[in-house]
Design a binder for this molecule. Structure first.
Ligand code: GDL
Length: 666
């Protein structure tokens, strides 16, 4: 672990795909960060040419000036400006000219006044080019070697971050503790360099203390969380206005920092950043973090959201046009909004339109409709549940209760439309325009649901709401992508509001001879097509002709019995009747594994645990690697394994036709 005492990094990473923020948005971000007690900003906009695609190119004079201004603006706000480069798209690690280009670029940024840096290797091709393969024993070695060299060249900056290619547990093969990639990073990356980590997944629903202990042990340092909980660059219909959540504050002393990579739209990140700041001030915070108004209380996401929304509400009433008029800090701060021209209606004229002000309840509703990636806000959930109930099979019994609930649903839809109307009239047009697409979308979704319930109740909806046979374009929403989605069999199964399936309990236990009939039943039932006539070594294990290596025959049980199995044999050759597979393959992958998980098991983790347990037993038996065979027409298990990220597809020359291989080194 690094011995240097370092301040907990807290703040924002501009690390999403899509349009980068403007310089004035970034300056406004620094102002907010300082106000809320956050201290860091990582500059890493994926679509900024000179950050990623043209990472070698130096900045022009004009760009240099802009960056210098930005870096000093951060300094003035006591925000640490961390400049990142993402060279991974095309760097040749072993070419000294490439390393020189990295140094040259970062030295230029250093001359702009920046003292903190990062090298990012996320979202890149993992296959090295021939010269890198000759120069380095692994991808991790290549990255670590270049990163260390740049770090030393820059004179060991106090903050230097490294984003690994395997930056979350889901990307680690076979698992975090056993990942060769992370092990190399942990052992060989200079102790003064910190490592970014997004948690169990790219977008992690929860980040537990145990998961951080696990990764810190391999990395040999506490990670900096790159948090994608509010990132929305992967889905144009989603925006996240819910609170920072499901990261226990106990994590704080175990981390080097937390940087949130939020929504692409700048303004709606008020909530993401404000609630993160509240979290950072919880009682677990290190006491050297500046804490404005810290009361030492523990973090509560609901309260943090209310605090954020209360502060945000004030911002909506500040006159602000997208051309910068009325923007904070600009000279035109006091300028009147363009529409007001001093017109006074006569006594018999129409009264002037006066907009109703936005309320805290409106903002709360908005945040609940656009909550978090794995969770709708309470009101959204109630609306979905109500609609679900109202449309379910109650044709004959639309009695009192149905009418009462239909009316309540109608009111809730009305509140959304009202919120839309009030939002559309706020003086701060800059915030409004960042929200506009989303609020239009939800307004029309809700309006259609309202019309639908009216029709269900036997009432004709208002003509504008009627579900017509010849609808306007807003009557068939979602564009081409929507059409594709509706045609897929899985459409709807991932709806967030559906209650998760009752938690099933799985047990993993050693296989006994009495399991044989059940094992054979699953084996046969799970064949997707008629079996091709190919001999697989693994079949001999399943059929009981060969006994698995000790601790390498396991059964997965659910409440109704056997639902999966894994059998492995340390020396596959002992089960072969002839030289079935190439010797070169068997040298790297001497063991064989046969497995089957019933398709009714929705929980990938149970299957993964089962497999990892057998892999670990095989390793204990001294094996270097394991392969698993699949009939080429039997896709289900093959595809399933690919999603688990435990095995890779093996390209083996000279394989019998109709056989495909996966494998992993141990
Ligand atoms: C990612 C990318 C990030 C992107 C995010 C959400 C990391 C380290 N990299 O994988 O740039 O915004 O997903 O789509 O998170």
């Amino acid at each position: 672990m690094s011995k240097k005492s370092k301040m907990f990094l807290s703040g924002v990473v501009e690390g999403f795909y899509g349009r980068p923020w403007t310089m004035s948005q970034r300056k406004e971000l620094f102002r907010r960060e300082q106000k809320w007690g956050l201290n860091a900003y990582l500059y890493a906009p994926k679509d900024d040419y000179k950050h990623r695609m043209y990472w070698r190119d130096l900045y022009s004079l004009e760009e240099a000036e802009q960056l210098m201004t930005l870096i000093s603006a951060a300094k003035e706000r006591n925000v640490e400006f961390i400049y990142a480069l993402s060279p991974g798209l095309d760097i040749t690690f072993s070419n000294p000219k490439e390393v020189a280009a990295l140094k040259r670029k970062l030295t230029q940024v250093c001359a702009f006044g920046c003292r903190s840096f990062a090298l990012l290797f996320d979202d890149i091709e993992t296959e090295m080019c021939v010269s890198d393969k000759e120069a380095f024993s692994s991808f991790a070695e290549a990255q670590v070697s270049v990163t260390n060299e740049v770090f030393l060249h820059l004179d060991e900056p106090h903050t230097f971050l490294f984003c690994p290619t395997d930056y979350c547990a889901a990307f680690c093969s076979p698992s975090v503790p056993l990942s060769a990639y992370l092990k190399t990073v942990g052992e060989k990356l200079h102790a003064g360099i910190d490592v970014l980590w997004t948690g169990p997944k790219v977008v992690s629903q929860d980040i537990s203390v145990a998961s951080i202990d696990e990764v810190s042990a391999v990395l040999r340092r506490p990670p900096v969380i790159w948090d994608n909980i509010h990132a929305n660059d992967y889905d144009p219909q989603r925006l996240f206005l819910g609170p920072f959540k499901n990261r226990p504050a106990e994590l704080i002393p175990k981390l080097r920092g937390v940087l949130t990579n939020p929504n692409c739209e700048f303004e709606p990140n008020f909530v993401a950043i404000h609630t993160l700041a509240t979290w950072c001030r919880s009682s677990y915070a290190q006491k050297d973090v500046p804490m404005d108004g810290d009361d030492g209380s523990d973090y509560n996401p609901h309260d943090a959201l209310q605090l954020a929304l209360t502060d945000w509400l004030v911002e909506f009433s500040r006159a602000n046009q997208p051309d910068g008029s009325g923007a904070r800090g600009s000279k035109r701060d006091e300028e009147e909004p363009m529409q007001t021209d001093g017109y006074e209606p006569g006594p018999k004229d129409n009264p002037l339109y006066t907009a109703e002000p936005l309320t805290l309840a409106d903002l709360t509703l908005l945040a609940e409709l656009f909550y978090l990636p794995y969770e709708h806000g309470p009101t959204a959930l109630v609306m979905l549940q109500e609609l679900h109930w109202l449309r379910s099979d109650r044709e004959s019994e639309k009695g009192e209760e149905w009418r009462r609930r239909a009316e309540k649903f109608d009111d809730m839809c009305g509140a959304v439309v009202q919120m839309f109307n009030r939002l559309s009239n706020v003086p701060n047009r800059v915030i409004l325009y960042d929200l506009y697409n989303y609020i239009c979308d939800i307004k029309s979704g809700v309006t259609m649901a309202k019309a639908y319930v009216k029709t269900l109740g036997g009432r004709t909806p208002h003509p504008a709401l009627a579900l017509s046979d010849d609808p306007e374009p807003w009557g068939f929403r979602g564009a081409l992508s929507g059409e594709f989605q509706r045609m897929l069999p899985s459409h709807g199964i991932r709806d967030l509001f559906r209650s998760p399936p009752a938690t099933r309990v799985y047990t993993i236990r050693p296989c006994t001879p009495t399991d044989q009939p059940e094992v054979m039943k699953i084996f046969k039932e799970m064949q997707t097509e008629t079996q091709q006539n190919v001999e697989l070594v693994g079949d001999r294990l399943v059929e009981g002709h060969v006994t698995p290596t000790q601790s390498c025959g396991l059964i997965l049980d659910d409440a109704s019995g056997v639902c999966g199995y894994v059998f492995a044999l340390s020396d596959a050759k002992t089960a072969m009747t002839k030289a079935q597979y190439p010797e070169t393959m068997l040298q790297d992958f001497p063991s064989v594994m046969a497995l089957q998980i019933h398709s009714k098991v929705p929980d990938h983790n149970a299957a993964k645990r089962l497999i990892l347990q057998v892999l670990s037993a095989l390793r204990d038996s001294g094996s270097k690697g394991v392969f698993s065979e699949f009939r080429s027409n039997d896709r289900r298990m093959f595809d399933f394994l690919k999603t688990l990220n435990v095995f890779q597809v093996l390209k083996v020359e000279g394989l019998p036709t109709h056989v495909r291989m996966m494998g992993t080194k141990l």
